[in-house]
Write a protein that binds this ligand. Sequence first.
Ligand SMILES: Nc1nc2c(ncn2[C@@H]2O[C@H](COP(=O)(O)OP(=O)(O)O)[C@@H](O)[C@H]2O)c(=O)[nH]1
Ligand SMILES: [Mg+2]
Length: 475
Amino acid sequence: MPRELVTIQCGQCGNQIGCRFWELALREHAAYNSKGVFDEALSSFFRNVDARYVPPRNLPVGDGTGIIQTLKARSVIVDMECGVINEMLKGPLGDVLDTQQLISDVSGAGNNWAHGNHVYGPQYRDQMMEKIRCTVEACESLQSFLLLHSLGGGTGSGVGTYILELLADQYPDVFRFTASVFPSEDDDVVTSPYNALLSLSKLVEFADCVLPIENQALAEIVGRVDSGARGSTANTVPAAFGMVQEPGSRSKPFDSMNGIAAMMLLNMTSSVRFEGSLNVDLNDITMNLVPFPQMHFLISSMSPLTTPKDMAKISAPRTLDQIFTEVFNREHQLIRADPRHSTYLACGLLMRGNATISDINRNVARIKPSLRMAHWNTEGFKLGICSKPPVGVSNALLCLANNCAIAQTFTTMRDRFAKLYKRRFYTHHYEQYMDLSMFDHASETVSGIIDQYNAVDTAVPPPVTRFRSRGLTFL
Ligand SMILES: Nc1nc2c(ncn2[C@@H]2O[C@H](COP(=O)(O)OP(=O)(O)O)[C@@H](O)[C@H]2O)c(=O)[nH]1
Ligand SMILES: [Mg+2]
């Protein structure tokens, strides 16, 4: 039975990452679906519709041999400014994005979380719930929601976390994943420390699993990939997938960075879409990698670090051992934390391509002695193998680490917030829409999660009790 994922792309960043995500997903499915049929793999992300009807009529997967008519992303598209959305609809993905599933306004949330969360959220609540309901109803067996957004602005952060809270209330049994772009320290949005802290507190409370992404880390990755390479490949794409943007077409700012984030999401969902000898679906990820409910932030790292468009930039094919070594290298992380010097609560290793469980076990055994695992979860590795690698490579590995190093990232965010809040800079913009006590509450929530991670990091294993033979006593 198909297991679908409903994506909610919110705000400029969320929509731009969404664009790359759909583009790369189509490219990947095109590579493995040469017959142009609507199969279970495709149906996890897309609907197949007969567009001659209004509204377009859904064509279910059935036995997986029906021809692709028109693919529509299972996505709800939200932005309180219309610029990015309009451009998306005019672009090559215009046909894939369902305008019925779109909510936009004109004036934007002005980089103000409170405007997004307390004004646009309630104002568009019913419309958003209706669009989400329609998208959910078109699924046979919904597996998870995936929110794509940034924390630094107003819409993705404020409306995005409002939606997350709604989902927790209305669909408590469906897992809520988020890919959340954290602002960099030199972010151009002056209020980003406020927006980021307020949204982070909501992610702690209402998400099941958060994949933090730092723009600074993405920019450094792109810089390294670019400096190591030249040229680009051209993959041929079957006609049914013809809306895919061809490599070499004009790229926008953030494009390559967003491609890296999108590739991570494709790797994470590969087992949901393709078969493999060791399937890890999204529920397995939360089940295995999140031992305590609020400690659900996973540091991601990948090898190779590229997208199909930039495939020629990989200097040389990697061996499995290299790939394993690289995912434990900070240069391959989508967030600049330092997990090697902190405690792992659990670690997911999702392999794509031609690898066996013994290959993986051998590498885990090789690397494990250098990792500090929580003493109560020393075997806390979740392993997955999906037979289909990303387009253009023979193997790829995604590492998802639930690691206490994330506490440092949160501490930096809280410090940036405190620096502004101490002097009440810009707070009057927020007071227009919310009570200032929200700041204190958010700060407490974030401090709480920092404390939880620090407590695990500094926990001392209980002494090993040794039973000594006392010998026999004769009375
Ligand atoms: N990685 C990435 N970051 C983005 C993108 N667009 C904006 N940002 C970042 O997102 C933050 C601003 O949020 P934005 O999404 O523009 O605001 P919103 O439209 O109000 O949600 C800043 O930290 C920007 O650097 C994008 O396409 N990709
Ligand atoms: Mg915006």
